[in-house]
Design a protein around this ligand. Sequence first.
Ligand SMILES: Cc1ncc(COP(=O)(O)O)c(C=O)c1O
Length: 377
Amino acid sequence: MSKPDLSHLRADVRAIQAYHVQATRPGLIKLDAMENPFVLSKALQAELGQRLQSVEINRYPGPRTEELQKALADFIDLPQGHALMLGNGSDELIGLLTLAMARPGAKVLAPEPAFVMYKNFALQMGLEFVGVSLKADFSLDMAAMQAAIDAHQPSVVYLAYPNNPSANAWSETDIGTIIDWVSAYKGVVVMDEAYQPFAAATWLTHMREHPEQNAQVILMRTLSKFGLAGVRIGYLVAQSAWVEELNKLRPPYNVSVLNAECALFALEHQEVYQAQAQTIIEEREKLFAQLSAIEGLTPYPSSANMMLVRVCKADTSADQRHALTEAWFKALLEHGILIKNVSKMHPLLSGCLRLTVGAPAENQAMVQAFQQIAPTM
Ligand SMILES: Cc1ncc(COP(=O)(O)O)c(C=O)c1O
């Protein structure tokens, strides 16, 4: 059989690296993707099963997705003058916003290290991506941000609040300053609150209290970290004029009726998910203390359901750092723990692993593995 000829494909598409999902296997403790580790009780599983049985899958989604939109608006107490739009995960919303802003010469900026899809979507849609390095402690480098914003006037600036992969939440004063800079030339600041269930603050409070100062802000959220990563529901919130325009690019029926039903069910049982998030927050603090006590490990404080851990000293060379992180990654895998090696993602991350905070027994197994491996490194 002859091979297909791909020569009409865009050369830049062929050059893009696909998003890498790590392989897993049954029995592995999966702590690499910031998923909620808890499954529903048997009783709730049965109730959800009943609900899904009667979903009209022969029809296009319609009323149920509208009801989900209303339920989410209630859930977040949607500020006046604002609207909400659903996406097939917030990934889709990042893509749609990028598409909407892709005027000739438009640029996208994010502090780095950042969630990789900001850059991927920018490159896919022909926008230049400007990465501005964070400081070594992962705080915003405001001088560098100001210089880059002045020089490039990016149409979109992404601020993940808390950030992935550093897991910290930046200073509200710094965020407000960046919003002022970007608003001055009518760009957009995206407050990406994917990790909001585990954070102490939300920018929605500022949008509600100071709508004029936040007219150029689009807030994104997802139900993925809340507990529905498999369901794929993201949403964005902004003043209605933004949502009206972005809605034009949304594929019709982008959210499956099965996904909408699952999300409605989860919101009806939000206290279950809120209790799970509370457990994760408590586990995170325990994990931080336990990892800090292991010789050679430096965990970073987290406001999310993940944690960065540096496994080498400041004076270790870059090559040695990568080798050491890879050795740690493999040793943890041999102990049945899958985490993410982010050492090569950005110079600030060299020597770092990123872990997800799991269920109590999973975290205990992970800490034990770290304790056993540490003397061998
Ligand atoms: C900061 C950030 N934004 C957005 C997403 C995408 O979330 P979703 O599962 O809703 O597509 C992620 C996923 O890890 C993330 O870390």
